[in-house]
Design a protein around this ligand. Structure first.
Ligand SMILES: Cc1cc2nc3c(=O)[nH]c(=O)nc-3n(C[C@H](O)[C@H](O)[C@H](O)COP(=O)(O)O)c2cc1C
Length: 172
């Protein structure tokens, strides 16, 4: 699949089978995370793998969007490593960096035949506390991953309804 085909083909998987994801595929997804561009290449991402019964019970309690996935990547920003803008007081690149990292992971997962869904419906403070993170580790998003069930289809009928390009692009 070339990039445009992959981008068009991918959709958020919200129905996962129990089948575990092979370590080789997990490694490729993590490689894609490593290759993602980040501000000044500071690479502030911290990725926690939630797979154990205990970790999965915890995340399922804190978030209702795990959809039966056998594992979850919890993508966090290490705020002690982020780029801080000199021209805009208080700006840290963490969330933006981690979003690029997570996008790489999501697309590489699809390439490997692994479904995923980007999830932000959780309370950052609750998740950080539950996993005992120090104050510099800020949860950005969750990526439940796994094999889609056979009957899995895009959840929303408007999944492939896109705004016309001229609607969101303007020349200034
Ligand atoms: C920032 C962000 C937050 C999201 N949060 C959730 C979420 O909490 N739960 C969920 O089921 N999907 C979530 N999604 C997935 C989107 O709803 C989904 O990507 C969108 O509807 C487009 O559908 P598609 O991924 O199938 O193309 C999120 C996506 C993004 C980018």
């Amino acid at each position: 699949m070339d990039f445009m085909e992959l981008a068009a083909d991918r959709y958020s998987v919200r129905s996962f089978s129990d089948r575990p994801v092979e370590q080789e595929k997990i490694d490729k997804i993590l490689k894609a995370a490593q290759l993602a561009p980040t501000a000044v290449n500071f690479q502030p991402q911290m990725i926690y793998i939630l797979k154990s019964e205990e970790a999965m019970a915890k995340i399922n309690r804190l978030c209702r969007c795990i959809y039966g996935a056998p594992m979850v990547f919890l993508v966090c920003s290490d705020e002690s490593r982020t780029w801080k803008s000199q021209t805009e007081r208080g700006y840290s690149s963490g969330e933006m960096d981690c979003s690029i990292v997570c996008t790489h992971m999501m697309l590489e997962a699809w390439e490997q035949g692994i479904g995923s869904v980007w999830v932000r419906l959780f309370d950052v403070k609750e998740v950080a506390k539950a996993f005992g993170f120090p104050s510099n580790i800020k949860p950005v998003c969750l990526l439940p991953v796994g094999y889609a069930t056979e009957d899995c289809v895009p959840y929303v009928p408007w999944h492939d309804v896109y705004r016309p390009i001229e609607d969101f692009v303007e020349e200034l």
